[in-house]
Design a binder for this molecule. Structure first.
Ligand code: PHE
Length: 339
């Protein structure tokens, strides 16, 4: 058997593989299941144990030689064979295949834009939990015990004390409790309300709220900040108006409208023929709320505002039905992939 192996070794050394066919022939002769190497290993099993040690080494050396020869040649012939094949198939005059790259969701685009506008005037970002307790979502914000917003129509309660947050004002409470003024931050996030789903409302949506608390902050600061935001977001030509409103946690409170972007104030069904669309609620933080959160209202004052991202994205991209944001329809989402 020793001679046989040595003979084989020389033979392999002398073998020259010069084509893909020869490579395949080599593989069949030596490496396949019915090839020479396998036969030799079968033979090896039945030789006397004393000779096994020496012969074993030689066997392994032969096996290695075969494998190396095969590997070296396959680098040359197998790859060039597959290259040849692909060369034949590819026609350089054909138009390129369009890669389907994803894009950001329109709500993320708008949220990012709002965040970066406020970042420019030093508002930081704060986030908080979507499952909230009664204190952070309602009580600290001056909601009386029997306020309708607490009842089952608007809020998804988990139990008597715990609910899905209905606004990110709960994050404002957490921030006021944990940090000392001056505070200047925005709170983006998802909120939940138990509403019938329609073209204009959904059971969850997204908000960006914000607060600014320092000594001597006034309603004029609030207006100026929001004017700046609107101009950055919608352009110089957009008109703004404030209407008195009510929120339990701000006093005075207002809602801010902008001139309708779609009809430029002339009247259409989006602005219900008024020329104006409401985009946010705002006001001076009620002294009770400051006190609830451990801030002295004699020393500090502040403003707060909150807006719905869906509403702003609808105006910006002329989206007619809010539900299209959540159906994951690729033909809708694709329109935003270049933005
Ligand atoms: N939290 C209010 C809402 O969800 C918005 C708001 C925030 C209003 C801050 C006034 C001040 O509708």
């Amino acid at each position: 058997m020793k001679e046989k192996l040595e003979e084989l070794q020389t033979k392999i050394e002398q073998t020259i593989i010069s084509s893909a066919e020869e490579l395949e022939q080599f593989r069949l002769t030596y490496l396949s299941r019915k090839g020479i190497l396998n036969d030799l290993f079968e033979e090896f099993k039945i030789i006397p144990n004393e000779t096994k040690k020496d012969l074993g080494k030689l066997m392994n050396a032969v096996k290695q030689d075969v494998q190396e020869k095969f590997n070296d040649a396959s680098v040359l012939f197998q790859t060039s064979a597959s290259h040849n094949k692909s060369n034949i198939q590819s026609d350089l005059t054909l138009p390129a295949e369009i890669e389907n790259i994803g894009g950001r969701h329109p709500l993320s685009l708008v949220e990012n834009e709002i965040v970066s506008i406020f970042n420019k005037i030093s508002f930081t970002i704060t986030e908080g939990p979507e499952i909230e307790d009664d204190w952070h979502n309602f009580s600290a914000l001056n909601f009386p015990e029997n306020h309708p917003a607490r009842d089952m129509q608007d809020t998804f309660f988990i139990d008597k004390e715990v609910a899905l947050r209905t606004h990110t004002s709960s994050v404002q409470v957490r921030l006021m409790e944990n940090q000392k003024p001056p505070l200047r931050a925005i709170m983006p996030g998802r909120v939940y309300r138990n509403e019938a789903v329609s073209a204009r409302a959904n059971c969850f949506f997204h908000q960006v709220e914000g607060i600014y608390i320092d000594k001597k902050v006034s309603f004029a600061d609030l207006k100026q900040t929001l004017y700046y935001f609107v101009k950055e977001m919608f352009g110089e030509d957009v008109k703004v108006r404030f209407r008195p409103s009510f929120f339990p946690f701000t006093e005075p409170s207002a809602e801010m409208d902008i001139s309708c972007l779609l009809c430029k104030g002339e009247g259409c069904n989006v602005c219900k023929y008024t020329g104006w669309v409401e985009i946010l609620g705002c006001g001076m933080i009620d002294p009770n709320v400051l006190e609830n959160c451990g801030i002295n209202p004699e020393e500090y004052s502040g403003f707060a505002f909150g807006m719905g991202i869906e509403r702003i994205a609808m105006l910006k991209y002329d989206v007619k039905d809010l539900r299209t944001y959540f159906t994951n329809d690729v033909s809708f989402l694709k329109q935003f992939s270049q933005l």
